[in-house]
Design a protein around this ligand. Sequence first.
Ligand SMILES: [Fe+2]
Length: 225
Amino acid sequence: MTSTASALLAPNPTQIDSIKSYLDGVSDDLLALLPSAEQLSSDGRRGIIARYSAVLEGNFIYWMTGAYIAAKSEEARAIIMENLHEEVRDSHPEMLRRFEIAANALPAEADVQAVYPNLSKVRLFIGKLSPAPIVTMMAFFEGFIQRFMPYLEELAEKQGSTEREYTQVHGVCDITHSQELFHALESEMALSPDSREPADYLYEGVHLLRALIETMFVEQSCAAA
Ligand SMILES: [Fe+2]
């Protein structure tokens, strides 16, 4: 990282800022799609929690592991490992499972089927192990979920749940995770000039994940209409 060659390849701060601002815009667009928790039927609220759970419970650690395998820079690998360590040590999948159970929103077959096509696309994208695009997707996701947590918590409360550990943990720690992942991205981009190819390359995972997140919301919009 201190060699002249690496320094020459390092992305400038403006480039990282413009990536952040693009990703914030994607989150803004997704959050604007959320139907009011008040207006949803109980079944609509249950469906959003269940589809979110069908995606996240079994996949987040897998996605982050893909980022770890793909990353080449020591800094990015250390940041990603810290995140994985926390996920496993504190058993975030178990935390999410308790949240689902408390809200009576365990995924049913229809929930799993609803997210399956777009979930498959994200899984296959992870399998390509493209370092900067995966880290970009994870940085986007960490930023998105900390903004999504108050809404998820509200849905669960309206379903009669008082379980808040998952939403509280992810509403706070993911602010830091997101910032750290931007440092990881900076390191990966410095090592890989290809990551400054057209936006289609860098944002491939973000766009696939955006479509998957939309599936979590859109299904219940139809039911509520
Ligand atoms: Fe987590």
